[in-house]
Design a binder for this molecule. Sequence first.
Ligand code: SF4
Ligand code: SF4
Length: 316
Amino acid sequence: MALEEINLIWLEGQDCAGCAISVKQASNPTLIDVVTGAIPGLGGLKLVFHPTFMFEWGDDAAKVLVDAMEGKYDPFVLIVEGAIPDEARAKPGVYCVIGEYEHNVLMLDEVIDRLSEKCAAAVAVGTCAAYGGIPSGKPNPTGSKGLLDYLGKGWKGGLGLPVICIPGCPPRPDNIVQVLGHAVLAARGVAPLPELDKLHRPVYMYGNTVHENCSICGFYTGGVAAHGFGEKGCLGLVGCKGLITNCNAPSMWMDGHGGCMQTGSPCIGCADPNFPDQPTSPFFADAPPIAYLTNFLHGLGGHMKFALAAAKRRKI
Ligand code: SF4
Ligand code: SF4
């Protein structure tokens, strides 16, 4: 049976296109698997607008957005990469133009306003799109914010779904593709959307801290600390923010390989909603002491629980 066609419209606002580069690395499934319909239930997807990947340019590209605002590409999932500035501050100037059609500029905020009225679902890819990220870092000269704040936590798309956030700067490639896949399956009524937390992140991806997911956490437990880059040991004393950041990237980036700690880099908290402001910055300053204390108490409780359980099993 032919699946109903669902269009994907990917906008780039105040961004560096890093999330677009990241999604190309996805391996489980790959972007090609998704757009060619190799994954059951995901056929019929069409990436109709993407400023970095599409073939069209100039008026031909901008016309897709103009037509989408008129409803020609319904049903579609709106994907936003990059933050959204407060254009009211820029008057009489402008902060974020994303195209020009027949000599009329297309402003990011106006396009989002129109498309968010029609989209089946909206996905914020990357920390900038989710919570403001680097463009909204202090002193935030353009008043930029993420899609969640821009549309509001109570906003719902045509399918009754709220904004779905995939933070990270950039996010892990598979996180992006898997969430898009979920959004499309939900749009078709084939599968429910995964549970989201209060920051609208899928719990199964962002439900644990980097520290809990860390591949070198054994060094922390054993008290072995690196005091400089390239040294063996936990990276906590070279600025790791893994104790205060929720992210599933540390032990694998793509295809089961890579990840920040695997490459010797401390976590800079790029998936945190406060990034790049405190407490994720300065990037190479220690995480707040309270995070270590909380983790110590948490660990103490965990160790005691295991010790008691082991003692009890011995008696049996
Ligand atoms: S502090 Fe950072 S490097 Fe150390 S164990 Fe935790 S997440 Fe891993
Ligand atoms: S582990 Fe930290 S620095 Fe690495 S992607 Fe996740 S939040 Fe960003």
